[in-house]
Design a protein around this ligand. Sequence first.
Ligand code: ZN
Length: 199
Amino acid sequence: MRLSILQYGDPILRAKGKQIDKIDNRIRELAQNMLETMRAANGIGLAGQQVGEPLQLTVLDISQVEDRPSTMKLNGEDVDPKAAMPLVLINPLITLSEGSAVGTEGCLSFPEITGEIERAESVSVSAQTLENKTIEIEATGLLARALQHEADHLNGILFIDRMSSAAKASLSSRLKRLQKETKQGRVKDRQSLVGQSAL
Ligand code: ZN
């Protein structure tokens, strides 16, 4: 089932996600619905907050992106990142970040807005899977960026918080308009507006 994606201005996007102690049918169903919702919006990542569920739960799938490479290790072994998708991560925690890289990001909660964001170049993340296994992911490239964008969402942090003040100032009137639209309950059709690679 496709869920509606909350947009900027909704207070749930600022909520810190609750730890998930028990992976039950409700969580499994939510994760499936989040994957479906993310794909329908051409996104590559989606956090619980974005569908109104402030939980430590995120889904990712970078396999459709051709022009922004990634590397991935799963539990210490090199894997093909595309073959490892989709990822459903429960209680993810960034345990190591190294280097820095600037890259373009969009967000499914910010239709039509993109920005250049500085992130760590590589990260290690530990998380649980839907099968209640603990996994360790080491990533670089687009996957590293996506993991950091989603980990931020789960803590109520948005990509505009990481923009330079000049970039944020230049978006200020668009952000205000978006907030106002959100408060008025006007949600846009993201399929036509967001485009590929938003998170
Ligand atoms: Zn986002």
